[in-house]
Write a protein that binds this ligand. Structure first.
Ligand code: C5P
Length: 237
Protein backbone atom coordinates (compact mmCIF):
# COMPACT_ATOMS: atom_id res chain seq x y z
CA UNK A 1 0.00 0.00 0.00
CA UNK A 2 1.11 3.53 -0.82
CA UNK A 3 1.65 5.51 2.38
CA UNK A 4 1.86 9.07 1.03
CA UNK A 5 -1.16 11.31 1.46
CA UNK A 6 -2.18 12.61 -1.98
CA UNK A 7 -2.77 16.33 -2.52
CA UNK A 8 -6.08 17.58 -3.86
CA UNK A 9 -6.02 19.57 -7.10
CA UNK A 10 -9.18 21.60 -7.61
CA UNK A 11 -10.37 21.48 -11.25
CA UNK A 12 -11.41 25.11 -11.65
CA UNK A 13 -14.04 24.37 -14.30
CA UNK A 14 -16.25 27.45 -13.92
CA UNK A 15 -17.84 29.83 -16.43
CA UNK A 16 -15.93 32.98 -15.67
CA UNK A 17 -13.09 34.55 -13.74
CA UNK A 18 -15.32 35.99 -11.04
CA UNK A 19 -16.71 32.57 -10.17
CA UNK A 20 -13.16 31.23 -10.12
CA UNK A 21 -12.04 34.03 -7.79
CA UNK A 22 -14.99 33.40 -5.45
CA UNK A 23 -14.20 29.67 -5.22
CA UNK A 24 -10.53 30.37 -4.56
CA UNK A 25 -11.47 32.79 -1.82
CA UNK A 26 -13.93 30.32 -0.31
CA UNK A 27 -11.45 27.44 -0.20
CA UNK A 28 -8.67 29.67 1.16
CA UNK A 29 -5.40 28.27 2.47
CA UNK A 30 -6.68 24.71 2.68
CA UNK A 31 -6.24 24.43 -1.07
CA UNK A 32 -2.75 24.26 -2.56
CA UNK A 33 -3.32 23.16 -6.18
CA UNK A 34 -5.62 24.46 -8.92
CA UNK A 35 -6.12 22.93 -12.38
CA UNK A 36 -6.70 25.39 -15.21
CA UNK A 37 -7.95 23.67 -18.36
CA UNK A 38 -8.10 24.57 -22.02
CA UNK A 39 -11.46 26.34 -21.79
CA UNK A 40 -10.26 28.74 -19.10
CA UNK A 41 -6.78 29.20 -20.52
CA UNK A 42 -8.07 30.02 -23.99
CA UNK A 43 -10.60 32.46 -22.51
CA UNK A 44 -8.59 34.10 -19.73
CA UNK A 45 -5.03 33.57 -20.89
CA UNK A 46 -1.66 33.64 -19.16
CA UNK A 47 -2.65 36.64 -17.01
CA UNK A 48 -5.16 34.46 -15.20
CA UNK A 49 -2.50 31.81 -14.58
CA UNK A 50 -0.33 34.53 -13.03
CA UNK A 51 -3.25 35.80 -10.96
CA UNK A 52 -3.96 32.34 -9.54
CA UNK A 53 -0.28 31.78 -8.81
CA UNK A 54 -0.02 35.23 -7.18
CA UNK A 55 -2.88 34.25 -4.88
CA UNK A 56 -0.57 31.57 -3.47
CA UNK A 57 -1.77 28.52 -5.43
CA UNK A 58 0.26 26.07 -7.47
CA UNK A 59 -1.08 25.89 -11.01
CA UNK A 60 -1.64 22.69 -13.00
CA UNK A 61 -2.08 23.86 -16.60
CA UNK A 62 -4.00 21.16 -18.45
CA UNK A 63 -3.32 21.97 -22.11
CA UNK A 64 -2.70 18.38 -23.32
CA UNK A 65 -0.14 19.47 -25.90
CA UNK A 66 0.11 17.28 -28.99
CA UNK A 67 2.13 18.21 -32.07
CA UNK A 68 5.40 17.54 -33.86
CA UNK A 69 8.46 17.54 -31.58
CA UNK A 70 9.73 20.94 -32.67
CA UNK A 71 6.37 22.63 -32.17
CA UNK A 72 5.91 21.03 -28.75
CA UNK A 73 9.35 22.21 -27.64
CA UNK A 74 8.56 25.71 -28.94
CA UNK A 75 5.23 25.65 -27.11
CA UNK A 76 7.10 24.94 -23.88
CA UNK A 77 9.41 27.83 -24.68
CA UNK A 78 6.34 30.10 -24.87
CA UNK A 79 5.13 28.83 -21.49
CA UNK A 80 8.50 28.83 -19.73
CA UNK A 81 8.03 32.20 -18.02
CA UNK A 82 4.65 31.28 -16.55
CA UNK A 83 4.38 30.05 -12.95
CA UNK A 84 3.21 26.52 -13.76
CA UNK A 85 3.67 23.61 -11.35
CA UNK A 86 2.32 20.92 -13.71
CA UNK A 87 1.66 20.80 -17.44
CA UNK A 88 0.07 18.05 -19.54
CA UNK A 89 1.05 16.69 -22.94
CA UNK A 90 -0.05 13.64 -24.91
CA UNK A 91 2.23 10.62 -24.64
CA UNK A 92 1.10 9.58 -28.13
CA UNK A 93 3.10 12.52 -29.54
CA UNK A 94 5.91 9.92 -29.40
CA UNK A 95 9.37 9.41 -27.91
CA UNK A 96 11.16 12.26 -29.68
CA UNK A 97 8.57 14.87 -28.69
CA UNK A 98 8.49 13.57 -25.10
CA UNK A 99 12.27 13.52 -24.78
CA UNK A 100 12.63 17.03 -26.23
CA UNK A 101 9.97 18.34 -23.87
CA UNK A 102 11.42 16.63 -20.81
CA UNK A 103 14.95 17.87 -21.62
CA UNK A 104 13.65 21.39 -22.18
CA UNK A 105 11.64 21.35 -18.95
CA UNK A 106 14.56 19.95 -16.92
CA UNK A 107 16.75 22.77 -18.09
CA UNK A 108 14.42 25.74 -18.38
CA UNK A 109 11.30 24.90 -16.37
CA UNK A 110 12.78 23.18 -13.32
CA UNK A 111 9.70 23.93 -11.21
CA UNK A 112 7.27 22.38 -13.69
CA UNK A 113 6.36 18.71 -13.56
CA UNK A 114 5.40 17.43 -17.00
CA UNK A 115 2.51 14.96 -17.02
CA UNK A 116 1.66 12.62 -19.85
CA UNK A 117 -1.89 11.79 -20.84
CA UNK A 118 -2.14 8.24 -22.23
CA UNK A 119 -5.48 7.12 -23.73
CA UNK A 120 -8.26 9.63 -23.13
CA UNK A 121 -10.90 8.03 -20.92
CA UNK A 122 -13.52 8.99 -23.49
CA UNK A 123 -11.90 6.40 -25.81
CA UNK A 124 -12.86 2.76 -25.63
CA UNK A 125 -11.78 -0.23 -27.66
CA UNK A 126 -14.06 0.68 -30.54
CA UNK A 127 -12.70 4.23 -30.78
CA UNK A 128 -9.10 2.96 -30.62
CA UNK A 129 -9.86 0.52 -33.45
CA UNK A 130 -11.45 3.30 -35.49
CA UNK A 131 -8.17 5.23 -35.43
CA UNK A 132 -6.16 2.12 -36.28
CA UNK A 133 -4.92 1.10 -32.83
CA UNK A 134 -5.38 -2.63 -32.42
CA UNK A 135 -4.03 -2.96 -28.84
CA UNK A 136 -6.44 -3.19 -25.97
CA UNK A 137 -7.02 0.04 -24.05
CA UNK A 138 -5.08 -1.42 -21.08
CA UNK A 139 -2.06 -2.36 -23.20
CA UNK A 140 -2.07 1.00 -24.92
CA UNK A 141 -2.22 2.86 -21.59
CA UNK A 142 0.68 0.74 -20.24
CA UNK A 143 2.72 1.27 -23.38
CA UNK A 144 2.22 5.05 -23.45
CA UNK A 145 2.85 5.42 -19.71
CA UNK A 146 6.14 3.46 -20.00
CA UNK A 147 7.14 5.44 -23.09
CA UNK A 148 6.57 8.72 -21.25
CA UNK A 149 8.44 7.58 -18.16
CA UNK A 150 11.40 6.34 -20.24
CA UNK A 151 11.49 9.72 -21.99
CA UNK A 152 11.87 11.42 -18.60
CA UNK A 153 8.32 12.71 -18.17
CA UNK A 154 7.72 13.04 -14.42
CA UNK A 155 4.08 12.04 -14.10
CA UNK A 156 1.10 10.32 -15.69
CA UNK A 157 -2.55 11.31 -15.69
CA UNK A 158 -4.59 8.14 -15.28
CA UNK A 159 -8.01 6.87 -14.35
CA UNK A 160 -8.27 5.70 -10.73
CA UNK A 161 -8.89 2.17 -12.00
CA UNK A 162 -5.47 2.21 -13.71
CA UNK A 163 -3.57 3.16 -10.54
CA UNK A 164 -2.91 -0.33 -9.22
CA UNK A 165 -1.69 -1.49 -12.63
CA UNK A 166 0.54 1.52 -13.36
CA UNK A 167 2.09 1.97 -9.90
CA UNK A 168 4.20 -1.23 -10.04
CA UNK A 169 4.97 -0.69 -13.74
CA UNK A 170 6.59 2.74 -13.29
CA UNK A 171 9.48 4.00 -11.16
CA UNK A 172 8.37 5.31 -7.74
CA UNK A 173 9.43 8.84 -8.62
CA UNK A 174 6.83 9.02 -11.43
CA UNK A 175 3.78 10.79 -10.01
CA UNK A 176 0.28 9.46 -10.67
CA UNK A 177 -2.41 12.09 -11.00
CA UNK A 178 -6.01 10.96 -11.19
CA UNK A 179 -9.40 12.52 -11.86
CA UNK A 180 -12.64 10.50 -11.52
CA UNK A 181 -12.73 10.89 -7.73
CA UNK A 182 -16.02 10.95 -5.86
CA UNK A 183 -16.32 11.07 -2.08
CA UNK A 184 -18.91 8.51 -0.97
CA UNK A 185 -22.40 9.98 -1.09
CA UNK A 186 -21.58 12.66 -3.68
CA UNK A 187 -23.11 12.92 -7.17
CA UNK A 188 -21.18 10.98 -9.81
CA UNK A 189 -22.26 13.29 -12.67
CA UNK A 190 -20.87 12.00 -15.98
CA UNK A 191 -17.95 10.17 -14.32
CA UNK A 192 -18.36 6.40 -14.61
CA UNK A 193 -15.09 4.83 -13.54
CA UNK A 194 -14.77 6.41 -10.15
CA UNK A 195 -13.08 5.84 -6.79
CA UNK A 196 -13.33 7.43 -3.38
CA UNK A 197 -10.40 9.60 -2.22
CA UNK A 198 -9.29 6.99 0.32
CA UNK A 199 -9.37 4.13 -2.20
CA UNK A 200 -7.36 6.19 -4.72
CA UNK A 201 -4.79 6.99 -2.01
CA UNK A 202 -4.47 3.28 -1.18
CA UNK A 203 -4.10 2.40 -4.88
CA UNK A 204 -1.10 4.72 -5.20
CA UNK A 205 -2.35 8.14 -6.33
CA UNK A 206 -0.06 11.11 -5.66
CA UNK A 207 -2.56 13.81 -6.66
CA UNK A 208 -6.36 13.75 -6.97
CA UNK A 209 -8.04 16.09 -9.46
CA UNK A 210 -11.48 16.95 -8.08
CA UNK A 211 -13.97 19.44 -9.51
CA UNK A 212 -17.70 19.17 -9.04
CA UNK A 213 -17.77 17.54 -5.59
CA UNK A 214 -16.10 20.74 -4.32
CA UNK A 215 -17.45 23.30 -6.83
CA UNK A 216 -21.10 22.32 -6.44
CA UNK A 217 -21.06 21.90 -2.68
CA UNK A 218 -22.97 24.60 -0.80
CA UNK A 219 -19.77 25.20 1.16
CA UNK A 220 -16.69 24.38 -0.98
CA UNK A 221 -14.33 24.79 1.99
CA UNK A 222 -16.25 22.15 3.96
CA UNK A 223 -16.26 19.78 0.96
CA UNK A 224 -12.50 20.18 0.59
CA UNK A 225 -11.91 19.69 4.29
CA UNK A 226 -13.98 16.50 4.35
CA UNK A 227 -11.95 15.09 1.45
CA UNK A 228 -8.67 16.05 3.12
CA UNK A 229 -9.83 14.44 6.38
CA UNK A 230 -10.68 11.24 4.53
CA UNK A 231 -7.22 11.28 2.96
CA UNK A 232 -5.41 11.92 6.20
CA UNK A 233 -7.52 10.89 9.19
CA UNK A 234 -4.54 11.51 11.52
CA UNK A 235 -4.85 15.29 11.09
CA UNK A 236 -8.66 15.54 11.24
CA UNK A 237 -10.34 16.59 14.44
O1 C5P B 1 -15.84 17.60 -11.80
P1 C5P B 1 -14.90 16.43 -11.84
O2 C5P B 1 -14.39 16.04 -10.47
O3 C5P B 1 -15.44 15.27 -12.61
O4 C5P B 1 -13.64 17.02 -12.63
C1 C5P B 1 -12.57 16.25 -13.05
C2 C5P B 1 -11.62 17.07 -13.88
O5 C5P B 1 -10.68 16.17 -14.45
C3 C5P B 1 -12.24 17.82 -15.04
O6 C5P B 1 -11.46 19.01 -15.26
C4 C5P B 1 -12.09 16.87 -16.20
O7 C5P B 1 -12.01 17.50 -17.44
C5 C5P B 1 -10.75 16.21 -15.86
N1 C5P B 1 -10.56 14.89 -16.44
C6 C5P B 1 -11.43 13.82 -16.21
N2 C5P B 1 -11.17 12.59 -16.75
C7 C5P B 1 -10.11 12.43 -17.50
C8 C5P B 1 -9.22 13.47 -17.74
C9 C5P B 1 -9.48 14.71 -17.18
O8 C5P B 1 -12.41 13.97 -15.50
N3 C5P B 1 -9.86 11.23 -17.99
Amino acid sequence: MHDMVPSVILALDVEDKNKARAILQATGDKLEWVKIGLQTYLRDGPDFVREVADSGKSVFLDLKLYDIPNTMAKALESLADLPIGMLTLHASAGPEALTRCSEFANELMPDTLLLAVTVLTSMDQEVLSSIGVSSSVEKQVNRLASLASEAGIGGIVCSPLELSRLRPLLPDKVKLVTPGIRPSGSETGDQRRIMTPGAARDAGADYLVIGRPILSHENPAVALEEIQNELNPATSC
